[in-house]
Design a protein around this ligand. Structure first.
Ligand SMILES: [Zn+2]
Ligand SMILES: [Zn+2]
Length: 865
């Protein structure tokens, strides 16, 4: 190792980060199953393997790594697993794009193989970013949801929940994306504000308003309010649907708003959730006018085969020609859309698989979990409270976990595989036993697959070692870190599944992070061009600077705006710290420091008090995941307290080699050691590099968290005073045009009681410093006059000089309290306002001094001649 005075002048993050990346070993972060330490298992979010680890992920993982490293230092057996949530539509779409195919051009297996391959490549790319960011991931606990060992667990969980009555299949209206050609869950419906047209038309003499005339073929009833007298005659009658001619009943329902339009509405299967509600309530017929591809079905008659917007145009044209379209109005409307592709969703009634939602169970478990920040629990409560439909878990896609079910071709009996035979793809293999009901040997495999959330909602079961038998060995996990955007999905589904499969809450705590916004304050998006990629920051400023930005950008849980200035400031902090490190290391190396040296000097005791305060503050913040508060306290201590105040105070003492030099060296060592440890979770590379030099090769990441405490109330008070005094006198030097190291003369400090600063103040100020406790005796004398020529000139013209001479001749008491008139060349003249002002000076023991007050302390400065 190089000696400290040969350390590089500037901190080269690129060199340091790459070197440590090559040195650290994965094994150091493995969870130890046999450890006696308390466990701290993290239910890390498995990202979708897009190939790009985005800045939102980076923020999330920074938080995880901060506490993973902290908990390790606190003596926990930490598991920081890394999962990959592979299945789903985006990969299917990407495969279609890359290979210029559609999923129907290949066999299901071939298509799945391409998805697998692409996902594998993307995972490799993202692993690299994770490593560059120095995330202390336990790679021995990596899981990939598309791999058999993972999705066999997804299938096992399906079978268990099916047996327990949580899972059922039924024909029921579900949200359906006709672009993705699959059912989606309510949690996957996004809402967009859109402008649409409200069309008023004549429905057999009754005016009806609709935004979706294309659903006329699916009209199954007309509804009116029971108290609406306009429609009493229609009660129990049937009406004929215009253009289509089928008859529908008139139903009465309290939910119809008589004040909206004509007070009569049509019910279609299905325009929206309200239609579903009415359809059930009144036991109405089902007319499917739109198919899974979004095309009009046979019941749409001549409109069959059109897509919905073609059909809308055609129907409106026909209404016009039949003169039943009365008027049209613009209307802005909230439209449910598919969260992945933004296509407006349809509500289609299909045979699907569902998971029963039991709100009380979920609420109970959610309340047993500690939420950070606390108010995020409310979001979960709201979501569960408004839950109306069960969770639709079947998807009509390919790249996903197969639903492990067959149906007997003869009697329709549902057949499940044996648990030991999992995983299975029922479209590729047949059951091992004949049908129990009819003995038949032919079966149809279920071709629907599972919602991706069915995979990811058992991540906690996977990492805690679930094998289907009872409570997993490491269950519950200690913490779930995740974004607030997936509380309704990932957090909700995980709680649901854990309760269903183990009867218990999945984690003790949940830490919710905010979203990263662009520099313009908007959500990052391609169209806004405000996307920042972590890799770009890594190249320009390194991982530690990016990590500091993540910690400092906002309070935990709040959305955080990306800002290059914050990254630059973080990198400047490292430069400053590197300079402190070099100074400290050189001093420590010069004359070996003594770990048993008594700490005597005031400044030294003061620094230990401030260090002790900082450690308490940082530790308390880390316990509550308040990373911004923790890192801010570390930075303030390093920059303001240690560098700007303490080192300035003791520099002289360290150079002169006086007796108390050993005291200062020990304090410098203690502070620097603690700083490395407190920075270790935030800037792992930088802290490691500094610690390496301080401890000749030891790793900071294997050290326990700093637990130093020091109490000395007198040192706190007097030290604060000392620092303030020095700052004020240095400011005085600066304002007087003196260099900071220029000799200052005699400085007398009148403090309430004696302070022994061991000469630090004098050396720092380069002055002859005297501390006194007696009262200061100052004399205020007039030592000059400021004449105001702008007044005197016009008033006295040629006599101006004579006026000034006369004023100068006045005795001091008249200068301080000027008379109204003065004798000028024998004549009494008036003294104009603001003609002059006396200049006062302070005299102390016959010498002219400048005076500064700091609280109740008075400082006099007699500048050297
Ligand atoms: Zn979609
Ligand atoms: Zn059968």
């Amino acid at each position: 190792m190089v000696s400290s005075d040969q350390l590089p002048k500037n901190y080269d993050f690129a060199e340091v980060e790459e070197r440590w990346r090559g040195t650290w070993r994965d094994e150091d972060h493995f969870f130890d199953k046999n450890s006696k330490k308390p466990q701290f298992v993290i239910d890390t979010p498995p990202p979708y393997p897009t190939g790009n680890f985005h800045i939102g992920n980076a923020l999330n993982w920074c938080y995880i790594d901060f506490f993973a490293r902290y908990k390790r230092m606190k003596g926990f057996n930490v598991m920081f697993p890394q999962g990959w949530d592979c299945h789903g539509l985006p990969t299917e779409v990407k495969v279609e794009e890359l290979n210029h195919i559609t999923k129907n051009d290949l066999s299901r297996e071939e298509f799945r193989r391409l998805c697998h391959e692409l996902t594998g490549k993307n995972i490799s790319l993202m692993r690299l970013t994770l490593r560059k960011m120095a995330f202390s991931i336990d790679w021995s606990n990596e899981y990939i949801t598309m791999m058999p060992d993972y999705y066999s667990k997804t299938q096992l969980s399906f079978l268990r929940m099916q047996n327990a009555g949580y899972i059922y299949q039924s024909e029921h209206p579900v949200n359906y994306c006709i672009r993705c050609e699959t059912a989606i869950a309510f949690a996957e419906v996004a809402y967009d504000e859109r402008e649409t047209q409200l069309n008023y038309f004549d429905f057999q003499g009754v005016e009806i308003a609709t935004t979706r005339p294309e659903l006329l073929a699916a009209c199954v009833a007309v509804a009116v309010h029971p108290a609406d007298e306009r429609y009493h005659l229609l009660k129990d009658t049937k009406m004929t649907v215009p253009l289509f001619g089928h008859e529908v009943p008139v139903v009465q329902d309290e939910a119809v708003d008589p004040a909206f339009g004509s007070g009569a509405v049509m019910i279609c299967t299905f325009g929206d959730k309200q239609d579903v509600h009415w359809w059930k309530q009144h036991n109405l017929a089902l007319r499917k006018a739109i198919d899974r591809q979004g095309r009009m079905t046979g019941i749409a008659g001549k409109y069959k085969g059109m897509n919905t917007s073609e059909c809308r145009t055609a129907i409106l044209a026909d209404m016009k020609s039949q003169k039943i379209l009365k008027r049209q109005e613009k209307l802005s409307q909230r439209v449910g859309t598919c969260w992945r592709c933004k296509t407006p969703i349809e509500i289609l009634s299909e045979r699907q698989w569902f998971v029963k939602i039991k709100p009380e169970e979920i609420q109970k478990a959610a309340h047993e979990i500690k939420w950070y920040p606390e108010h995020m629990l409310r979001r979960m409560e709201n979501w569960v409270e408004q839950m109306e439909w069960d969770w639709c878990i079947s998807r009509q896609r390919i790249f996903a976990t197969p639903i492990p079910v067959w149906f007997c071709t003869k009697c329709g009996e549902m057949v499940m595989p044996d648990e030991k035979d999992l995983p299975v793809d029922p479209t590729l293999v047949q059951p091992k036993h004949p049908c129990k009901k009819c003995g038949n040997n032919e079966f149809t495999g279920e071709s629907d697959v599972l919602d991706t959330w069915m995979d990811s909602s058992i991540s906690v079961l996977k990492v805690t070692g679930w094998d289907g038998s009872g409570t997993p060995p490491c269950f519950p996990a200690q913490i779930r870190p995740q974004g607030h955007d997936i509380i309704r999905t990932w957090a909700f589904y995980t709680i649901l599944r854990s309760v269903a499969l183990t009867g218990k809450k999945p984690w003790e705590e949940i830490l919710v992070n905010g979203m990263v916004l662009g520099e313009d304050g908007f959500k990052m998006s391609k169209s806004r061009g405000n996307i920042i990629v972590p890799e770009e920051i890594l190249v320009k400023y390194g991982a530690d600077a990016l990590r500091q930005w993540a910690a400092m950008g906002a309070a935990t849980g709040s959305d955080i705006m990306f800002n290059w200035n914050d990254v630059v400031a973080a990198s400047r902090f490292q430069t400053k710290m590197w300079n402190i490190a070099k100074f400290a290391l050189i001093q420590l190396e010069k004359e070996g420091f003594d770990p048993d040296a008594p700490v005597t000097a005031l400044a030294d005791r003061w620094l230990l008090v401030r260090l002790s305060d900082t450690i308490q503050q940082v530790s308390a913040a880390m316990e509550c995941y308040l990373f911004d508060i923790a890192l801010k306290a570390v930075r303030e201590f390093a920059w303001d307290v240690l560098a700007d105040n303490y080192i300035e105070l003791v520099k002289g003492r360290l150079y002169t080699g006086e007796a108390s030099r050993r005291s200062a060296l020990l304090v410098l060592h203690t502070a620097f050691d603690a700083l490395c440890k407190m920075l270790a979770p935030f800037t792992p590379y930088f802290a490691e590099e500094c610690y390496l030099h301080l401890h000749k090769g030891a790793s900071v990441h294997r050290q326990p968290w700093v637990s130093f405490t020091y109490e000395d109330e007198a040192a706190r008070y007097e030290g604060n005073l000392l620092v303030q005094l020095v700052a004020e006198v240095r400011k005085y030097k600066h304002d007087s045009g003196l260099a900071l190291n220029a000799p200052l003369g005699k400085v007398t400090i009148y403090a309430p009681h004696t302070v022994d600063d061991e000469g630090d103040t004098g050396r720092t100020l380069n002055a002859d410093v005297h501390w006194r406790t007696d009262a200061v005796k100052l004399e205020r004398v007039i030592t000059g006059i400021d004449f105001n020529r702008a007044v005197i000139g016009p008033a006295f013209r040629k006599q101006a000089q004579a006026f000034m001479t006369a004023v100068t001749a006045l005795p001091p008491h008249q200068l301080a309290d000027p008379p109204k008139t003065i004798i000028l060349e024998g004549t009494e003249v008036e003294i104009p306002h603001h003609a002059f002002a006396p200049k006062f000076s302070c005299m102390e023991e016959g010498a002219k001094v400048d005076v500064i007050t700091v609280g109740d302390v008075i400082v006099t400065i007699a500048k050297s001649a």
